[in-house]
Write a protein that binds this ligand. Structure first.
Ligand SMILES: Cc1ncc(COP(=O)(O)O)c(C=O)c1O
Length: 480
């Protein structure tokens, strides 16, 4: 009896997920000599980025505002990538920056972003962070009553009023309340605003903004929340608060994939595996969010919607056009002279970066699965979700054998679970040690958010490139 594989029975592999490639990425992939040189100079893996696409994204994401004559715009969610180059690009493009820690605030100020263009959405704000923001004049988005007390206390002790935004949660969408752990209950808006109006004369906190943090990538939820915040803005203004803007946070969708059909086929194949209708192609029969209970398939795919219909500016347009009682959000905003902001991280980093690594080895595990080892670890390309749904591209410097089976791409940590992907991917050709694996579109979170150096390895280098000449503009070695 052959051993039944707990990883994947047979030679099956996941349906292809062809990455969407920006024109500069396509050109780069035609120059394996440059990729080889970069890896030789900076080690494996290396993250490469260009800022031109970031600038293009700024323009694209602002276009729906211009088309509808709505003021406001973008705060770049700096947490999505650690490199200072995008903060500088944000400053040069005239957009603001959303910061999530004292370090991010300090660095953003030091990079010359005007403090009035900086919002602080950090969770668990420290006294030092609050004092720095108040001192500089950045806007603090307040999440809870303890934070508000801290801001009042710091403001009193430094003798300067704070610019604040209030974050609310619990928006009602039809009969459903949107769950969130972030923000004050929306039902308390009246009492909070009244109490703040009461102490305005003593400590003069300026409530300038109303904020929502919405987790799902749902334009209706955002539109609905915004309409509710417009009504709170009316109330706040009637109490004397100088509200100028509504901020809907991040979560603007982007696409990682070329093809809707591939994405659908992938989802269907995953469900078929969980149902037992075809062999699994995931590590340890991982349902990537789905599971079987009796005859039923339960759960949700724990995956970023790598292909979606509403990416980037379409997403923003859908929110601006969200209509309640016959009135679209953009009209509600412009009638009142209210600005609207989003805080995109990922969407501003769309098409911006790639991660390169060297193939180190090929081997089979005890179950016969083909493993391709690459000089990196799974934290160098780590999604928030169960899987990064975009296939790698291999660059070789000579002809390679055609592959007739799928392979698990594994990293170099001493851990059985160090897989770059939890799915068996299909590669056209069998790579050899020294060949290069390219992972497209890694600049938003994947490269930096959870990256760790282990076994004494430094964090990967980051290289800023000119996408026309391939000149290296700047390098930041292993930034923690
Ligand atoms: C307050 C806030 N703003 C912005 C973002 C950025 O979200 P995204 O990169 O998905 O646009 C996040 C994500 O965690 C967030 O918590």
């Amino acid at each position: 009896m052959p051993v039944e594989s707990p990883i994947a029975s047979g030679r099956d592999c996941a349906p292809p997920l062809t990455p969407k490639l920006a024109p500069w990425m396509r050109r780069f992939l035609e120059r394996p000599d440059i990729a080889r040189e970069l890896l030789a100079s900076h080690g494996s893996p290396t993250h490469i980025v260009v800022t031109s696409e970031f600038r293009r994204n700024v323009k694209d994401l602002l276009s729906p505002f211009e088309a509808r004559n709505v003021s406001g715009g973008l705060f770049f969610a700096r947490k999505a990538n650690k490199l200072p180059w995008f903060v500088t690009a944000a400053k040069e493009e005239g957009i603001g920056v959303d910061t999530a820690s004292l370090q991010e605030v300090q660095e953003t100020i030091n990079l010359g972003v005007p403090p009035e263009q900086i919002v602080v959405t950090a969770i668990g704000k420290t006294r030092e962070l609050v004092a720095t923001a108040i001192g500089a004049g950045c806007l603090l988005v307040i999440d809870n009553a303890d934070e508000l007390d801290l801001v009042r206390a710091v403001s009193q002790s430094v003798g300067k009023g704070a610019r604040i935004g209030l974050r609310f949660s619990g928006y009602q969408v039809k009969s459903r309340k949107i769950f969130s752990r972030f923000g004050f209950p929306i039902e308390d808006a009246g009492s909070i605003l009244t109490s703040l109006a009461g102490d305005a004369e003593t400590t003069s906190q300026r409530v300038e903004l109303l904020h929502a943090h919405i987790d799902r990538y749902d334009t209706d939820e955002r539109g609905c929340a915004a309409h509710q915040l417009v009504r709170i803005a009316d109330l706040a203004r009637s109490l004397g608060h100088p509200i100028t803007a509504i901020d809907l946070g991040g979560g603007v969708l982007m696409r990682y994939l070329e093809s809707a059909e591939e994405w659908e086929a992938f989802g269907e194949a995953l469900i078929a595996s969980v149902r037992g209708e075809r062999p699994y192609w995931t590590f340890l029969n991982d349902g990537l969010g789905y599971y079987k209970a009796g005859d039923q398939i339960l759960g949700q795919p724990d995956l970023y919607p790598a292909w979606n219909r509403l990416s980037k500016e379409r997403f923003i347009s859908a929110v601006l056009d969200y209509t309640e009682d016959g009135s679209p959000l953009h009209r509600e905003l412009s009638d009142r002279g209210l600005k609207l902001f989003f805080e995109p991280g990922r969407a501003l980093l769309d098409n911006v970066g790639m991660t390169l690594s060297n193939v180190a080895f090929r081997k089979r595990d005890t179950l016969g699965n083909m493993l391709i080892g690459t000089l990196m670890n799974r934290m160098n390309l780590r999604p928030f979700r169960a899987e990064f749904c975009s296939d790698p591209i291999v660059l070789s410097d000579g002809p390679r054998n055609t592959m007739s089976e799928g392979a698990f791409i594994v990293g170099c940590l001493c851990s059985e679970s160090d897989l770059i992907f939890r799915r068996k991917v299909s590669l056209k050709h069998f790579p050899e040690p020294g060949d290069i694996m390219c992972f497209a579109n890694s600049a938003g979170y994947l490269a930096h958010h959870l990256e760790v150096g282990t076994h004494g390895n430094p964090l990967p280098s980051n290289v800023l490139m000119d996408p026309e000449t391939w000149e290296v503009r700047d390098v930041i070695e292993g930034r923690g």
